[in-house]
Design a binder for this molecule. Sequence first.
Ligand SMILES: Nc1ncnc2c1ncn2[C@@H]1O[C@H](COP(=O)(O)OP(=O)(O)OP(=O)(O)O)[C@@H](O)[C@H]1O
Ligand SMILES: [Mg+2]
Length: 259
Amino acid sequence: MTNPEHERWVVEADGVAADYSGLIALADVDLRLPAARLTAIIGPNGAGKSTLLKLLTGMKKPLRGSLRVCGMDIHTARRANAVAYVPQETDIDWDYPISVRDVVLTGRYGRSRQSGGWRAWLPPRFIGASHHDKAHAAMAAVQVDDLADRPIGALSGGQKKRVFMARSIAQEADLMLLDEPLAGVDRRSERIIIDYLKEFVRCGKSVLMVTHDLPTVRDCADWVVLVNRAIAGVGDPEEMLAAEALEKGYHRIEHRGER
Ligand SMILES: Nc1ncnc2c1ncn2[C@@H]1O[C@H](COP(=O)(O)OP(=O)(O)OP(=O)(O)O)[C@@H](O)[C@H]1O
Ligand SMILES: [Mg+2]
C-alpha cells in the first residue's frame, strides 16, 4: 500500500515472528497499518490474533523482527501511554473486592505518573480529582457509571467487558487494541461500543479490534487484516470479506513447528 505524505502508520512490523516455547504462533509479519482507521483483525481460532495484539502492547516479545506503534518503538509507546488494551480474557476470578471505579481508575495510573507527584504512588482512588473526572466520563461513555461502586467480581461477563473498555477509554491513548470486545455483549452494548470506537477514530485516533463478527466488520471497519499464523491478507472490507479471500485466509493453516 502506498503511503501519501499526510498518512501516518500506526503499526509498522518487519519480519516479525512470535513463538511459545519454540512453537511458532506467528511468522513473516510484514505489516503497515494506517492511523485514524477502525481496523478489524479476523481469522480462525488459534490463528495468532491475540498474539499479534500482545506483541503490540509489549506484553510479548517477538522472537525476531522489528515493531513500531504510533511511530515509536514499543518501549517508548508504553511509557508515553500511547496504547490501550482490552484483553480477550476478562473472566479473571476477582477474589478481592476492588470496585468498578477503582478498575477504571487504573487506566489513569500512567497519566498520573507522567504528571508526577507523590499521589501517583497511592491507591487509585487517591490520584486526584481530574483523574476521577476522566474515569467517570469513561464509565459514562460505555454506560457503566451506575455500576461504579459495585465490586468487579459481582458483574456479568458483558458488564465486565464494558468496564475494561472504560478503563481503556480513561487512558486517553492514541491506539486502542481490543481483543474480541463484542463477544458476549448484548446488541445494545455492542452499539454503544461501536459508536464510541467510530467517534474515537473520527478524532484521528486508531483502533485495532479482533473479532469473529464478520457482519459487524462489514458494517463498521475501514480496514481488515486477515491473520492465519501469518498475515493472510490486508485490505478494505469489501475485498477481504469476499468469499474467495475468506476461503483462502481461513483454510490455509500452515503448521510451522520449528524456529
Ligand atoms: N500462553 C500460551 N502458551 C502456549 N501456546 C499459546 C499461548 N497462547 C497462545 N498459544 C498458542 O498460539 C497460537 C495462537 O494463539 P492466539 O491466542 O494468538 O490465537 P487467536 O487467533 O487469538 O485465537 P482465538 O480466536 O481462539 O482467540 C495457538 O496455537 C495457541 O494455542
Ligand atoms: Mg484470541
